[in-house]
Design a protein around this ligand. Structure first.
Ligand SMILES: *Cc1c(COP(=O)(O)O)cnc(C)c1O
Length: 742
């Protein structure tokens, strides 16, 4: 068996995709029921708001947020932009006022019309992908909007943006994930600067999801064997434009109490919790799609968490082909599956012990695969011979998928090196068949509404579609006036500052501390000062401590009377990562300098909403990862699309994006061998670039009083980076290079 796997891996050639026979399901296609308490409160002409709130399309329609916000701006903020909660709570007087506001009613009618037209367009079959055989996208987290808090960071936001672009491009795709009842943790910082975590029951909130039911109105359930018993999961449907996102949830009566908590927390539990979650996602997910009558042409495993699905596909194949053995199933499974890896270090990959695998897979399942235990273990090892090696989801995925890709050009190269041992047929690392598709972000979600307004009036309502032609786009951006770009940027910066003041105020009254503990928050930040944003997970390789390596030098920049700098920080440390929490504490402890107190702020609880304000409003977006650990990074793309200049180590996406005129680099390529020496060199490069390039360029004014040279760089960033790093481009790449590559 081992030999055969190895020899199989030597064949890089792809079999004809058309050989794939779909497994038809006998079940009828269940429909969804719209249970909507809010609907009863909304009389015509506002009734449309109810439907609109049940599809996340509103979140990227230019009028969407505004239409809800206007109903009651303070409730909108209080409920963290959750339209379901808003509609449930807004008072009758406001509803009546708005229903008699002709201008509002007319805008709502047009919004509704746009939505109906958008939803009415039939999906476009591409190659072997069609409505009957869509792409099935699997991911452990989705960051569609902050009102559906089932994501922790970059991976989830990327998955959300993938769905939105698939919807805009009208590609037949369905998505599968888990509904975490307690989501990811909420962060607050205690008086001593220590991160504290709390969890909220998201079901207590109104979510824009509906139960998936069959024709008889019964909940659709899927089942997996776990912990020696049957565990059931119910399904929910979230609508992301034209895309259906199915979310599995084990919190149902049929299950034992502990099993109800399987989908409790995102990345919160033990290794055992993770493996059972991943079994529900991968195996339960395939079974759900079958139950819904679907036969996808491609299963896209976005990161290894869902890799068990390949075993379920093998089991299906063997059930349908009683004479076949496991090895026969591999080509059939591989034809259907593609894998995207997001981790550039082997330690970052999901790894389980053989005893965990043994506990997770009952003998019935292993028998059905016609494997023995040892053979199952081999599937998850990069070296099947190495009995010491744990069971890795990435080796399993690489082995069972016809394609594997990293998320930037550099990350593709790093991944080839990392997994070379799995491909004995590849003499050279360059021959390892792991490709790349560089990540992207959804422009209509991340470009600030004010910029979108400018694009609509100068470039056209179809500005997002015009990104598909980078030359056309560059030409259009070149025609924007410096004054318009700068005044729009300053307005966005003011909005961000107002948000920062508001948030820090709230944090204080909540008896929390931020770096600026004794300050009058109204004096925080100035729109005239160069503002640098640094928001990302607090993890060792992100090197938060790089800029703290010489506090005196840092404070000198902040204290400068003529050309000061201000910093806005945000980011969560993993609850179990003590070192990361200490870094945060170190940051909080810089409070002896009064300029630092009013010019540096830490925003608690980094999420999509915080990210939006920051990427819209900062002048500079800083990123200092340890090379080559940033697989791609996406926050810098969001900032670039709003005219912020990236100031970053050449790693991940920035190697591809940086052209010398659209932002700044820190340090050179390649990095040295020795981490400590590299950190010191990069820290020096960071300070030098700030002192000699970024700050002087920002404060240099032309005759018209504008920072002309800076604006030229902003324009170059808008022109070059927006089309290149739009998720529409990414999804098109997946279509042509991965999904349809036969
Ligand atoms: C975009 C985004 C990320 C990912 O950004 P990186 O550059 O990969 O750190 C993480 N969290 C949130 C809330 C985001 O919006």
């Amino acid at each position: 068996m081992k030999q055969s796997i190895l020899s199989f891996m030597k064949e890089f050639d792809q079999k004809e995709l058309s050989e794939f026979d779909s497994i038809d399901s006998e079940s009828t296609l269940p429909t969804t029921r719209a249970a909507t308490p809010a609907s009863q409160r909304l009389i015509e002409p506002l009734a449309a708001l109810n439907d609109l709130s049940m599809n996340f399309y509103w979140s990227w329609h230019p009028e969407g947020s505004e239409m809800f916000r206007e109903l009651d701006p303070s409730l909108w903020e209080k409920y963290e932009q959750n339209p379901r909660l808003l509609l449930k709570s807004v008072n009758e007087l406001r509803l009546l006022q708005k229903s008699t506001d002709q201008e509002y009613v007319e805008r709502l009618r047009r919004f509704r019309e746009d939505f109906d037209a958008y939803m009415g367009e039939p999906a476009q079959p591409v190659g072997h992908i069609s409505n009957e055989h869509p792409v099935a996208y699997f991911c452990a987290e989705y960051g569609v909007h902050n009102s559906l808090p089932i994501y922790s960071g970059g991976l989830g936001i990327l998955a959300g943006d993938h769905l939105k672009s698939a919807s805009d491009l009208n590609i037949p795709l369905v998505a599968v994930g888990l509904l975490y009842r307690y989501g990811y943790f909420r962060q607050s910082i205690g008086h001593n600067g220590w991160q504290e975590e709390s969890y909220q029951d998201i079901l207590g909130s109104e979510l824009a999801i509906t139960p998936v039911v069959d024709n008889a109105g019964e909940r659709v359930l899927t089942m997996v064997h776990l912990r020696g018993r049957e565990v059931f999961a119910q399904a929910w449907l979230a609508r992301v434009g034209r895309i259906s996102l199915y979310l599995l949830d084990t919190n149902i009566e049929q299950n034992a109490e502990v099993d109800r908590m399987i989908t409790g927390h995102l990345y919160g539990g033990s290794s055992e919790t993770r493996i059972v979650q991943e079994k529900v996602l991968g195996i339960g997910g395939v079974r759900l799609l079958r139950r819904l009558g679907m036969s996808p042409s491609v299963f896209h495993l976005n990161e290894g968490h869902s890799a068990f699905l390949t075993l379920e596909l093998a089991r299906e194949y063997l059930a349908a082909n009683p004479d076949a053995d496991f090895l026969d199933s591999i080509p059939a499974v591989r034809r259907q599956c593609v894998f995207t890896t997001h981790t550039p270090v082997s330690a970052g990959n999901d790894l389980f012990s053989t005893s965990e695998i043994r506990d997770c897979f009952d003998s019935g399942f292993i028998d059905a695969l016609k494997l023995n235990e040892e053979e199952l273990f081999e599937l998850g090892r990069s070296d099947p011979d190495d009995k010491e090696e744990g069971f890795g989801m990435t080796p399993l995925a690489i082995r069972m998928c016809r394609s594997a890709n990293g998320v930037s050009e550099k990350h593709g190269e790093v991944s080839r090196g990392l997994w070379k041992a799995m491909f004995p047929g590849a003499d050279d690392t360059a021959d390892v068949p792991i490709s790349y598709v560089t990540n992207g972000v959804h422009a209509p979600t991340w470009v600030a509404p004010l910029f979108q307004g400018m694009y609509r009036s100068t470039i056209g309502d179809d500005w997002n579609k015009r990104l598909a032609d980078p030359d056309d786009w560059a030409y259009a951006v070149d025609n924007l006036s410096d004054e318009d770009i700068w005044s729009t940027h300053i307005l966005l910066k003011r909005i961000m500052i107002a948000f920062i003041r508001e948030r820090t105020q709230r944090a204080e009254t909540g008896e929390r501390d931020t770096i600026n503990e004794h300050q009058d928050t109204r004096k925080l930040f100035s729109p005239d000062v160069l503002t640098i944003g640094f928001a990302r997970r607090v993890a060792a390789y992100k090197r938060w401590n790089l800029m703290l390596s010489d506090i005196d030098r840092l404070l000198k920049l902040v204290d400068d009377a003529e050309r000061p700098v201000q910093f806005v920080f945000a980011g969560k440390a993993h609850p179990q990562d003590k070192t990361a929490k200490e870094i945060l504490q170190q940051l909080m402890s810089i409070n002896h300098d009064s300029n630092w107190q009013r010019r540096a702020v830490f925003i608690e609880d980094y999420d999509q909403e915080v990210a939006r304000y920051l990427v819209h409003g900062v002048d500079v977006w800083m990123n200092v990862p340890r090379r080559p650990h940033e697989a791609s990074g996406t926050s810098g793309m969001k900032a670039a699309m709003n005219g912020a200049l990236n100031f970053s180590i050449l790693d991940g996406w920035w190697i591809e994006g940086y052209n010398g005129r659209n932002g700044f680099k820190i340090g050179e390529l390649p990095a040295g061998e020795d981490d400590e020496a590299t950190d010191a060199a990069d820290a020096a490069a960071l300070y030098e670039a700030l002192e000699n390039e970024v700050i002087p360029r920002y404060y240099e004014r032309g005759q018209n009083g504008l920072p002309t040279a800076w604006i030229a760089m902003m324009k170059n960033a808008l022109a070059t980076l927006t089309p290149q790093f739009a998720s529409d481009r990414m999804v098109r790449d997946y279509l042509s290079r991965i999904y349809n590559d036969a």
